[in-house]
Design a protein around this ligand. Structure first.
Ligand code: NAP
Length: 266
């Protein structure tokens, strides 16, 4: 499993993590992923999966990097502190590696939310803070509101079919030492075994590259994501077999010519 630096923290995390939105796989797929080096697990207070993540990492907490999120619905100072305490209890741990604001919410002053995020780091409850679904302006505002700790990550939609971040957000994150956690990197399975809503040209190119490289289409799609310097992909799978397949998207690199073919077909 290839590693990448989280922001400018010096901490290395795997380029493939394990998503858990709508996760119903029990502990085995997560434990298999960890065994294969996918030691980053993404969850959220809103997913209802923190408890199973806690069970999966029991006895090996130190080896795992847990990312969870405070819901965008409650971002007042006390709300954020309470939400983090709730996550600690659900996860059965006494610290969160990466605590993220799930969605920006203009009903709450950014300063207030970020002060709370900062307080969590100062109290040792969170090691690092990140955000999710933030655009450039929101990232700027959040960074300006922080006094002592940086924003190290932004979790956003990114896959071959959804490349909207490439114009402004991805370059901004790269320039500012913010790691992008690409969510829905398989386009909800569409880029994996059964493409449903894709043009025949896209399917043909993906399948050709899959045949030529001897990798599955899911592995090609994930490797394309992580070929971007500061991008980490967090696919979700309920199955041990597909988790193994997704972890096999790391440890090799698509040739530049294939990345260019994908870039032009999608
Ligand atoms: N921050 C946010 O707002 C936000 C939003 C969405 C998602 N996320 C995060 O990103 C994670 C991943 O996104 P996602 O769950 O939306 O979508 P995804 O990972 O792109 O796709 C998940 C779907 O693909 C299937 N799948 C996974 N690996 C496969 C493979 N190798 N072959 C065939 N099918 C495969 C899964 O089915 P099986 O489970 O049956 O394998 C599931 O139906 C989430 O779990 C969550 O942690 C964050």
């Amino acid at each position: 499993m290839e590693l990448k630096e989280l922001g400018n923290t010096g901490v290395m995390i795997p380029e493939i993590g394990l998503g858990t939105w709508r996760y119903r796989g029990g502990v085995e797929p997560l434990q298999k992923g960890i065994e294969l080096g996918a030691t980053l697990i993404d969850t959220a207070e809103g997913y209802g999966t923190e408890e199973i993540v806690g069970k999966a990492v029991k006895g090996m907490r130190d080896r795992v990097f847990i990312a969870t999120k405070v819901s965008g619905r409650r971002l007042g100072y006390d709300d954020v502190l309470r939400a983090a305490e709730g996550s600690l209890s659900e996860l059965g741990t006494d610290y969160i590696d990466l605590y993220q604001v799930h969605w920006p919410n203009s009903s709450y002053p950014m300063k207030e939310t970020m002060r709370a995020m900062e307080a969590l780091v100062e109290r040792g409850i969170a090691r690092f803070i990140g955000v999710s679904n933030f655009g450039n302006d929101e990232l700027r505002e959040a960074s300006a509101a922080l006094r002592h700790v940086p924003i190290v990550s932004n979790q956003v939609l990114y896959n071959l079919n959804e490349r909207g971040i490439e114009k402004d957000l991805l370059p901004y994150c790269l320039a500012n030492g913010i790691t992008v956690l690409a969510y829905t990197p398989l386009d909800d399975g569409n880029l994996a075994s059964k493409p449903r809503f894709m043009s025949s040209k896209r399917i043909r190119v993906l399948e050709e590259i899959s045949r030529e490289t001897g990798k599955t289409t899911a592995q090609v799609a994930l490797n394309w994501c992580t070929s971007r310097e500061n991008v980490i992909a967090i696919p979700k799978s309920d199955s041990v077999e597909r988790t193994v397949e997704n972890c096999g998207a790391s440890g090799w690199r698509l040739p530049d010519s294939d990345i260019a073919r994908l870039d032009s077909a999608f």
